[in-house]
Write a protein that binds this ligand. Structure first.
Ligand SMILES: Cc1ncc(COP(=O)(O)O)c(C=O)c1O
Length: 478
């Protein structure tokens, strides 16, 4: 439950808790029957004494808003909600939207990351000291006088699509003409567009287990049945797609072949070829998420060849790219490539949805890709991330030894670890937070309990070792 206390404002903490819960019950945000956290959990979350929460719950019980039943915890009273008849039934509306509520664990991670005292090893984004602020300032000052300020082309501005086309050819050997490129607000939106445009409720999608956390709610909201393909250190196992297809008639494969999030694995070249062969034979399209592809950290190493650039894959693969990991996630610029007819169909839907992203942002992104700024920035990021990755891997070795098994990733932002003594993910997160560090437990990504994703990009370099030390203390205490 997302409560915020302002302890300096003079109002006692228990009253703030009462007021906030009461407002939520009356507005319908907490409908009748909703289970409230235990006194102990809420006290931990708010960092107050358990007795403070006890007093607040007592008062709410006295008002008839909540009730506690032995064995079923504390819940919002069945007849409590709707006391304020001027307010629409928001809870009813909210429960009917097509997207599921954000997972409580994900909300908790977000909330805890906002607290400045915590070290953030959870968010999949670069820390502010890695943002290209100065380059952007210079670039914006030199922007061309003419920019698209109308609704523009729903596929994206011609200048940016040309820039992306040249970028894909030089960086990844992926040759696609401008008319097979659609500009998106990031790969996340690319996946949403693909799902909404090309799939129907009940369709079966095969995807890596574990997988990118935010792909799961997109599929769930579209009524897609998700079937996991296991991974090992060489990436997903292509033959599993055949087995799944036999049983469930797979309609699409979603894969992150390079520096997979969360495991960091990269799909081996022979498995890439085999996956394409299988999908060609079975006529299954592949959606390739290459958000992390350019961030290979070994010195002098080039990005792995995307599936979309392999021979035979031209008509098979929808490729998703983004500036989020290599430049700045706040720019919200990404792209999608695919067969021309598919891109046109999705552009049509784009027009129905939002007409595309801002022409100003697109003009900036085109400059980033054509002036050498992107290359310069990626080189700087690679160096910084390599250094942070090594610092984190050393700290894990020092503080955990064989209590946490990791494979040092070749690229991108994350180290994926398996605890030797598994614990419940909720316990892991709560213990970590109590020690002032935020991490992402593996179940967020659909993994079994006992795994954890540690991001070395999201905290300044100087905090990484301390973050791992705090995590070790948390795990030891658990
Ligand atoms: C695999 C993967 N795909 C997509 C995204 C989202 O990227 P974007 O900001 O481009 O929407 C992320 C971000 O963490 C990611 O890890």
């Amino acid at each position: 439950m997302d409560l915020h206390l302002h302890l300096t404002e003079g109002e006692p903490a228990y009253r703030q808790i009462v007021k906030q819960i009461e407002a939520r019950v009356l507005s319908g945000e907490l409908p009748p029957g909703t289970r409230l956290p235990t006194e102990r959990d809420l006290a931990q979350q708010l960092r107050v004494n358990r007795s403070t929460v006890s007093v607040a719950y007592d008062e709410l019980r006295a008002k008839g808003l909540i009730r506690s039943v032995r064995g079923s915890g504390t819940r919002v009273g069945e007849d409590a909600w709707g006391l304020d008849f001027r307010i629409p039934d928001w809870a009813g509306y909210m429960s009917q939207g097509i997207f599921q509520p954000t997972l409580p664990m994900v909300r908790r991670i977000w909330d805890e990351n906002r607290r400045s005292a915590n070290i953030n090893l959870a968010r999949g984004e670069m820390s502010a000291d890695l943002w290209p602020t100065e380059q952007l300032r210079t670039l914006v000052a030199q922007m061309p006088a003419r920019m698209e300020l109308g609704y523009g082309d729903p596929r994206g501005e011609q200048s940016l699509r040309s820039a992306v086309s040249a970028h894909l050819a030089s960086e990844y050997g992926l040759r696609v003409p401008d008319n097979q490129i659609l500009i998106t607000a990031g790969s996340q939106q690319g996946l949403l567009l693909v799902t909404q445009s090309l799939l129907r409720p009940g369709d079966a999608v095969a995807l890596e287990k574990p997988s990118y956390a935010y792909s799961l709610p997109i599929f769930a909201a579209a009524g897609i049945r998700m079937f996991p393909v296991p991974l090992d250190d060489q990436g997903l196992m292509p033959e599993e797609v055949v087995a799944l297809h036999r049983r469930h008639r797979i309609r699409m494969v979603f894969v992150t072949p390079t520096h997979q999030n969360p495991t960091g694995t990269t799909l081996a070249p022979d498995r890439r070829r085999r996956l394409i062969e299988i999908c060609t034979d079975l006529r299954i399209p592949i959606v390739e998420d290459d958000a992390h592809g350019a961030l290979t950290l070994e010195e002098g190493a080039r990005a792995a060849q995307p599936l979309a650039a392999m021979s035979g894959a031209e008509q098979q693969v929808i490729y998703l790219g983004t500036l989020s990991k290599t430049f700045a996630p706040g720019l919200r610029v990404g792209w999608m490539t695919g067969p021309k007819a598919v891109i046109e169909r999705i552009a049509g839907i784009r027009e129905q949805m939002d007409f595309g992203i801002s022409g100003i942002t697109q003009a900036i992104a085109a400059q980033v890709l054509t002036t050498g700024i992107w290359e310069e920035n990626v080189e700087r990021l690679r160096q910084a991330l390599r250094e942070r990755r090594d610092i984190m891997a050393d700290a894990i070795e020092r503080y955990f030894g064989d209590e946490l098994a990791i494979t040092v990733p070749q690229g991108s932002y994350h180290i994926w670890g398996k605890l030797r003594r598994p614990m419940r993910d909720k316990d892991l997160l709560e213990a970590a937070v109590r020690h002032g560090v935020v991490v992402a437990p593996g179940t967020v990504y659909g993994a079994e309990p006992g795994f954890v994703r540690l991001t070395y990009a999201s905290s300044p370099k100087a905090e990484i070792v301390e973050g791992i030390r705090r995590l070790r203390d948390a795990v030891t205490q658990c």
